[in-house]
Design a protein around this ligand. Structure first.
Ligand SMILES: Nc1ncnc2c1ncn2[C@@H]1O[C@H](COP(=O)(O)OP(=O)(O)OP(=O)(O)O)[C@@H](O)[C@H]1O
Ligand SMILES: [Mg+2]
Length: 161
């Protein structure tokens, strides 16, 4: 049985950065983070803050057109994926995300729900726009890879909010 989801709120972008930083501190090679939320919810902003927290120095922009951007982020390779323009499920296989993950990269996937579970276990981060700069985050361990990290994530997120 997986642990209960963790819900946390941010009142502004700095709050989102604190949430992303809490996740960044517990990331391991081969993790997948699925970002779920409507247009403009803050998925790309979350990836920007996550990569910054990991130590990335180059700008993180939306990979809407070429679907995958690669970033060196401190000790980790982050593959930033945006599935919004995915037109058929076969296209997901063409992206070779499994191979990138096998090579040790962390996958961070906008519109992660469109992957339909094809990536195996993941940390799901559902972002809801509460109006203005307020956001609600619901984090779920899909697959159990985060089980041993869940208490630490809960503490880090409590400290972040
Ligand atoms: N608390 C917050 N957290 C994240 N973004 C915020 C916050 N407050 C305001 N914003 C702004 O909201 C916008 C979110 O846009 P962003 O591109 O990250 O959304 P997205 O979910 O990736 O959209 P898309 O569906 O087009 O990919 C940015 O301009 C960001 O600065
Ligand atoms: Mg985006």
């Amino acid at each position: 049985m997986s642990a209960d989801p963790i819900v946390v709120r941010a009142s502004d972008r700095a709050g989102t950065a604190a949430v992303a930083s809490a996740v960044a501190g517990l990331l391991r090679p081969r993790d997948a983070v699925l970002l779920v939320g409507g247009l403009g919810a803050g998925k790309t902003a979350f990836v920007q803050e996550l990569c910054a927290a990991l130590g990335a120095t180059e700008p993180v922009t939306s990979p809407t057109f070429n679907l995958v951007h690669h970033h060196s982020a401190g000790a980790l390779e982050v593959c930033h994926v945006d599935l919004y323009r995915l037109e058929r499920t076969g296209e997901l296989d063409d992206l070779g995300l499994d191979d990138l993950q096998d090579a040790g990269a962390v996958l961070v996937v906008e519109w992660g729900d469109l992957a339909g579970g094809a990536l195996g276990g993941a940390l799901s981060v559902a972002i809801e726009d509460l109006g203005g700069t307020a956001r609600r985050f619901e984090l779920t361990d899909e697959g159990g890879q985060w089980a041993s990290r869940w208490p630490a994530l809960g503490r880090a997120l409590a400290a972040a909010s």
